[in-house]
Design a protein around this ligand. Structure first.
Ligand code: GUN
Length: 292
């Protein structure tokens, strides 16, 4: 079994990006600038956005965190998005999800200028991705592709089973794994809450990508020998014996599934850190596009 080490790989990627930034500085160019809008005080979102800002510092990007209160109206948020769309100093920005219930998420995602949409959530970018056109690929799926690529995991002709059809992970992943090229050229099955006999499907999979958010969902008996296992689950499970009072738990019963797998991502330290590295990569791409 080989561990797909997202912590190490994301560090390698950050070092590569930092080297690019140094080159930009050497040429007297402006460094990439990422902004993040955080509406409200959701604990997990605060942690994620904090990690994104820290990652920007680490590679030498500029970053701006825009915090808005939990009672922000849709129009106030749309105004802020408009401001960032028109700010020539900002190369890319994200609106951290989820948003408070008074705000229509679809409307918000549509308002982001696709050229600054480093999350790749705008329908224009999603469509380009599906059509094999150059675009911003959503950071988590992009991070999974990068892990598969850097570890040389064969995907061509393999049966990939994706569990979960979220707009952020499952749906784009199912498209990307079936695209031409590497990593891709897989035969993809997208499963979700209405899928019947899921064990019958997962036990035929060469590659399983699970993005469900149900701790320990994928058990050893659902997996065939030598399968490749990608765990996107990051659920906070309360554990009072730990200093933080919780632990981050994946969708995979790691202890037992890892004994059968050929490659597997740990949680934490697998897909999670890759997501941040690829957001930086998309921001670098946005900056480079701005210069042409
Ligand atoms: N919430 C959970 N994942 C993400 C992500 O990748 N981007 C944003 N903007 N919000 C998220």
């Amino acid at each position: 079994m080989i561990l797909l080490d997202g912590k190490k790989t994301s560090n390698d990627i950050k070092n590569e990006i930092a080297a690019e930034v140094q080159k930009m500085k050497g040429r007297g160019e402006k460094v990439p600038h990422l902004a993040a809008i955080l509406v409200g005080n959701d604990g997990a979102s605060l942690t994620y956005v904090g990690s994104k800002v820290k990652a920007c510092e680490r590679v030498g990007f500029e970053s701006t965190l825009v915090r808005m209160s939990n009672t922000t109206s849709e129009i106030e948020l749309l105004d802020k998005i408009d401001e960032l769309n028109n700010d020539p100093d900002i190369d890319g920005f994200i609106v951290q999800l989820p948003l408070p219930r008074q705000i229509d998420t679809q409307k918000v995602l549509l308002a982001v200028n696709p050229d600054k949409d480093v999350d790749g959530f705008h329908p224009t970018n999603f469509g380009k991705m599906a059509l094999d056109m150059s675009t911003f690929i959503p950071a988590t799926p992009f991070g999974i592709l990068e892990l598969l690529d850097r570890y040389g995991v064969e995907t061509k002709g393999k049966h990939t089973v994706v569990i979960g059809r979220s707009h952020i992970v499952g749906r784009p992943m199912s498209i990307l794994m079936g695209r031409k090229g590497f990593p891709g050229n897989s035969t993809v099955t997208l499963t979700h809450s209405h899928t019947k006999n899921i064990t019958q499907i997962t036990s035929q999979a060469d590659i399983i990508i699970t993005a469900l958010g149900v701790p320990g969902f994928l058990k050893a008996e659902m997996v065939k020998d030598d399968a490749v296992i990608i765990d996107v689950g990051i659920t906070r499970v309360t554990d009072d014996s730990l200093p933080k009072g919780y632990k981050i738990t994946g969708d995979v019963d790691f202890e037992n599934v890892s004994k059968k797998a050929s490659f597997i991502t740990p949680v934490p330290g697998g897909v999670g850190p890759m997501t941040i590295a690829m957001l930086l990569k998309n921001t670098l791409l946005a900056r480079e596009r701005n210069m042409n």
